[in-house]
Design a protein. Structure first.
Length: 151
């Protein structure tokens, strides 16, 4: 899978859905799923780990109106990588690299579930553990409860 190293706190902001535009001084023609990896420095709880999968849907010159979604001010030659479909994952160690690089990681082909409380899709965060990012409920799909995920 293609991957990109991002410094903290920006990797965590992407993981949490607060940063939906990544900025670089270089363009990419790549479109599709991208594993976001938190750089080793500065040291945080996520440093040196893959933290989420995003979908890169566009890359264009950054505009002043992108600043909030990019969590930074516009700068010379900034390119806005537009991110969608952000999926947090259970962090695992990755040695970061410059540019886009390859990491051996398979996206689960598990069935999708929805939360019975809010009816929003659940995110697979670990083997057979699903989480509703809206309600912050984490469950195994076989557990019996009022928040049991349903297909």
């Amino acid at each position: 899978m293609k991957a990109l190293s991002v410094r903290e706190p920006w990797a965590g902001l992407i993981r949490n859905g607060k940063k939906t535009i990544e900025t670089r001084t270089w363009n990419t023609n790549y479109r599709g799923d991208l594993l976001i990896c938190a750089s080793a420095n500065p040291k945080t709880g996520l440093s040196g780990k893959a933290v989420c999968i995003v979908e890169v849907v566009d890359c264009r010159p950054m505009e002043k109106s992108d600043e909030m979604a990019a969590c930074c001010e516009i700068y010379p030659n900034a390119k806005a990588w537009i991110l969608r479909n952000i999926r947090p994952i259970t962090p695992f160690p990755v040695k970061g690299q410059l540019q886009i690089f390859e990491v051996c990681y398979m996206i689960s082909e598990e069935p999708t579930f929805t939360c019975t409380k809010c009816n929003k899709p659940l995110t697979l965060i670990r083997n057979d553990i699903w989480k509703c990012l809206n309600c912050n409920i984490e469950k195994h799909p076989c557990y019996k409860s009022d928040t049991l995920p349903t297909k």
